[in-house]
Design a protein around this ligand. Structure first.
Ligand SMILES: [Zn+2]
Length: 263
């Protein structure tokens, strides 16, 4: 299978989730073996786990906040090489999902390059577990993600993603970030998540969803989206079966670190 890049450049802009300032990025085609690389002012920040500086509310790479939904779109569409120029500190939150990135990338189209993709294949199962949360990656000739979680208020949800681009576009990319109203109020009192609103997140109140979900199980689908985004930080396309229980960015990033140590 050959490496791919975008056929042309494109831009995205909008508010950031945390700073509210207007965030703008330009995504440009890149040559073979370039990988996914962010450019911020004079800094070059490869999309690799070594550059992760924070995983508490999204994945922060270098000084760039919330890269995971853009990276999910790139990884979900199996794009290998891109330059991403970032103005400001954040990736635009858009609607809180990967949908707008995916729509733009698929309308531009992908160009096949001459070199073969450099798949990362596991030799053994890699596992991480902490506080009742667990995530593992097992050797598998393909890519899939099984996620199970029991959310407070909305109850248990599970999703099996079988790894095709078509399924990613239709079933995963539109799933938005979600949050509990109480937690959001607490974050906003600390001056965080100031850009969060019903325009860019699925909100959960005391009795259930406060705005219309796109899927009855939208939160667990977004959990799968976040894993696909965080796995882009391996720097290579992964062949594995991922099984996750209740995990978030911190565990996803730890799994990426352990995978790289295991090969
Ligand atoms: Zn997310």
């Amino acid at each position: 299978m050959k490496q791919t890049t975008l056929k042309q450049e494109c831009t995205f802009s909008g508010i950031g989730l945390h700073s509210v300032h207007n965030a703008t990025i330009a995504v440009l085609p890149a040559p073979e073996d370039h990988g996914i690389v962010f450019y911020k002012e004079d800094r070059i920040i490869p999309a690799r786990v070594e550059e992760v500086v924070d995983t508490r509310r999204g994945t922060t790479l270098g000084g760039i906040i919330q890269v995971e939904h853009l990276l999910a779109a790139i990884n979900g569409l199996k794009i290998d090489n891109l330059m991403i120029k970032v103005v400001g500190d954040e990736i635009p939150v858009l609607d809180g999902s990967a949908l707008e990135f995916v729509k733009t990338f698929t309308s531009i189209g992908m160009a096949e390059q001459n070199k073969e993709k450099n798949f990362l294949e596991l030799r053994q199962t890699v596992h991480f577990e902490e506080d009742g949360k667990s995530i593992s990656a097992a050797p598998f000739d393909g890519f899939r993600v099984d996620f199970m979680v029991n959310f407070s208020i909305i109850g248990p949800e599970s999703f099996e993603f079988k790894g095709t681009t078509e399924e990613f576009i239709k079933e995963i990319a539109p799933a938005r970030t979600f949050g509990y109203q109480k937690e959001l109020e607490a974050l906003q009192r600390q001056g965080l998540a100031k850009g969060a609103s019903l325009e860019n997140a699925l909100a959960i109140g005391e009795k259930g969803f406060l705005n219309q979900p796109r899927f009855p199980d939208e939160p667990v689908r977004h959990k799968v989206l976040d894993i696909i985004g965080d796995l882009a930080l391996l720097g290579r396309p992964l062949k594995a079966k991922i099984t996750a229980k209740k995990t978030g960015h911190t565990a996803n990033i730890e799994l990426v670190r352990r995978i790289l140590c295991s090969i």
